[in-house]
Write a protein that binds this ligand. Structure first.
Ligand SMILES: [Zn+2]
Ligand SMILES: [Zn+2]
Length: 334
C-alpha cells in the first residue's frame, strides 16, 4: 500500500469526511466540553480531558516547554526584580525564536512542501494569497510582520511584567508541594478561563468600530495559515493577551504563566494552520487545530470562544458545523 492510498483512506475512512464546502471536516455537529452539559457524565468528562492532555498532545507540549524554560532557561526571579535590557532581551529573543521555529515549520511542512497533501486540510484552497488588502500585497509577508513586530513584542511585554511581578511579590505564588491538587487542576482551568476571556474580548472586537479599525487585520485571513493566527493589530494583541493577567490574582507558579503564554501565542499558529492534524507516518495523527475557529473565519458571526466553555451556545452564536446552524446564523446576519 503506498502513502497516498493510506492518506485517502484516513480522510474518507473516518466518520468525518469531505463535502462541497470542506476538503475535510471532523465529526459534525461539533461538540462542547461535556463538563458544562446540564448533567455532566463523569466518563465523558474524563475522556474529554484525557484526550486533550494524554499521552502527548499539543497542550502537553506547551507544558513541557514551560517546564524546560522555567528550570533551565529563564534567569532566576532574583534577577528580574528590575526591568533591565539583558533579561528582557533574552525573553524577547527566546519568544521570537520559538514563534519563528514553530510557525515556519508548520508553514513549510503543510503549505509550501505539502508534505501530507490534502489529508486533514479543511479548505480546498491553500493560503498563498496575493491581494492588495495585505501589507506588501502578500498574505504570508503581511502575517509575519504583524506576528513578529507586534505580537511577539507585546507577548514579551506581558511576560516580562509577570516575571517582574513574581520577583517583587506582586503576583501570588503557589508551589507544587504546598497545594498539589490546585497546582495540577489549574492547567485545565486555564483553558476554561481562556475560553471565557477570549469570548468577551472577541465579541468586543466584532463591535463595528473595533472591527473596522483593529480586528479586520486578523480577518483579512479568510483562508488561514500558520502565520495568520497571531497576525493581529497591536490593540487586539493587547486585549487578547490580557488573559494572562489572571496570574496577578490567582495563585500560580511561573510554569502556569508560561504554559498560558504559549497556549495564547504558539497555539494560534496551530489553531490557524488550516489542518486538523499532522500526519505522523502513514497512520498516526497529532491533533493541532480546531474546526470551531475555522468556522468563525469563514462565517464571522459565530463561534467567538472555543469548545472548552459553551459561551457561544449560551449566547446564541454557536455554529456546530451543520447546514441548519450555518443557514440560521447567516440569516441573522442578513
Ligand atoms: Zn482567528
Ligand atoms: Zn473574529
Amino acid at each position: 500500500m503506498n502513502n497516498s492510498t493510506t492518506r485517502d483512506e484516513l480522510v474518507i475512512g473516518t466518520s468525518a469526511g469531505t463535502s462541497k464546502n470542506w476538503n475535510w471536516h471532523p465529526d459534525i455537529p461539533i461538540k462542547y466540553s461535556p463538563l458544562f452539559e446540564p448533567k455532566p457524565k463523569l466518563l465523558e468528562v474524563v475522556r474529554w480531558f484525557g484526550q486533550a492532555w494524554l499521552p502527548l498532545t499539543e497542550l502537553t507540549c506547551y507544558l513541557l516547554i514551560a517546564i524546560v524554560v522555567w528550570n533551565w532557561v529563564q534567569p532566576p526571579l532574583s534577577e528580574t526584580t528590575e526591568f533591565t535590557f539583558d533579561w528582557i532581551g533574552a525573553v524577547w529573543a527566546r519568544n521570537l525564536g520559538m514563534m519563528i521555529l514553530l510557525t515556519t515549520f508548520l508553514h513549510l511542512w503543510l503549505h509550501r512542501w505539502q508534505k501530507q497533501d490534502k489529508a486533514f486540510r479543511y479548505l480546498h484552497k491553500s493560503p498563498t494569497e496575493k491581494h492588495p488588502k495585505f501589507l506588501g500585497g502578500h498574505q504570508v509577508r503581511d502575517n509575519i510582520f504583524w506576528t513578529l513586530a507586534s505580537g511577539v513584542t507585546l507577548w514579551t511585554a506581558y511576560e516580562c511584567f509577570l516575571w517582574y511581578s513574581y520577583a517583587n511579590g506582586h503576583a501570588p505564588l503557589v508551589m507544587f508541594a504546598e497545594n498539589p491538587i490546585w497546582f495540577v487542576l489549574w492547567f485545565p482551568v486555564i483553558g476554561i478561563w481562556f475560553s471565557f476571556h477570549f469570548y468577551w474580548v472577541h465579541r468586543f472586537l466584532h463591535w463595528k468600530p473595533m472591527y473596522r479599525h483593529f480586528h479586520s487585520v486578523h480577518h483579512r485571513n479568510i483562508t488561514t495559515g500558520p502565520w495568520s493566527g497571531f497576525s493581529m493589530h497591536p490593540v487586539e494583541h493587547v486585549l487578547y493577551l490580557s488573559s494572562i493577567l489572571i496570574h496577578l490574582v490567582v495563585p500560580s507558579h511561573p510554569i502556569h504563566m508560561l504554559f498560558h503564554a504559549y497556549f495564547l501565542t504558539l497555539g494560534t499558529s496551530t489553531s490557524h494552520s488550516g489542518y486538523q492534524a499532522l500526519l505522523i507516518g502513514n497512520s498516526s495523527k497529532f491533533v493541532i487545530s480546531s474546526f470551531f475557529h475555522q468556522l468563525h473565519h469563514r462565517y464571522f458571526n459565530c463561534n467567538f470562544g472555543n469548545t472548552e466553555l459553551p459561551m457561544d451556545r449560551w449566547f446564541g452564536s454557536f455554529n456546530d458545523g451543520t447546514t441548519a446552524a450555518t443557514r440560521k446564523l447567516l440569516k441573522e446576519r442578513g
